[in-house]
Design a protein around this ligand. Structure first.
Ligand code: GAR
Length: 194
């Protein structure tokens, strides 16, 4: 699997990919990292790891960068805009969201906003979801979900830490599943049984 990573911030998920690939826990090779935000830590980390790293401010610019690489799968890694891929990658974009979709997701729900809403509601179980992205926020077919018991948490920061630890397992697992089963498997069974 030839991977492109899109991010907007600190690149914690990029760290996880790098570690997981190096340890043989995640199938694939990162070909390129793109940030829509200039000067973020995620881009610095990408360069430190030795990946080609680009700033591209909007969708069109991102797709221009990606057209220079051979990519099988695009991984959104804390990318906080709606991404519209080129036609050849339309069903090949994965996203991670820090809640159990369909709860606490959609427009305006990202990062700590999710965990604060979860805390305010008093829910006892949260988690993360890796899913294929479509043209609606947090809407495409789900590949992996992991639950976290947050009944003992004392605030949103603690929830965020527990959920991020679950993300670090869920995303590599999801990439491996897609590598094993193929993209169509997930799109075809969405909404169906089995
Ligand atoms: C992750 O927690 C991810 O779940 C979240 O961004 C964080 C990584 O960003 N993504 C979303 O909320 C997308 N809706 P970071 O690397 O900048 O910390």
């Amino acid at each position: 699997m030839k991977l492109a990573v899109l991010l907007s911030g600190t690149g914690r998920t990029l760290d996880n990919f790098h570690d997981a690939i190096s340890a043989g826990r995640m199938r694939g090779e990162i070909q390129v990292v793109v940030s829509n935000v200039e000067g973020v830590l995620g881009l610095e980390k990408a360069r430190k790891y030795g990946y080609p790293a680009h700033h591209a401010p909007d969708n069109e610019a991102i797709n221009r960068v990606l057209s220079g690489y051979d990519i099988d799968l695009v991984l959104l890694a804390g990318f906080l805009k709606l991404y519209r891929p080129p036609e050849n990658l339309a069903r090949r974009v994965l996203n991670i969201h820090p809640s159990l979709i369909p709860a606490f997701c959609g427009t305006g729900f990202y990062g700590m906003r999710v965990h604060r809403a979860v805390w305010d509601k008093g829910v006892k179980v949260s988690g993360c979801t890796v899913h294929f992205a479509n043209d609606i926020y947090d809407d495409g077919p789900i590949v992996v979900q992991k639950c976290v018991d947050i009944s003992g948490c004392s605030g949103p920061d603690e929830i965020a830490d527990l959920v991020f630890a679950a993300e670090c397992e869920a995303y590599p697992e999801a990439v491996n599943l897609v590598a094993e089963k193929g993209v169509d498997y997930f799109w075809n069974r969405a909404g169906g049984a089995g």
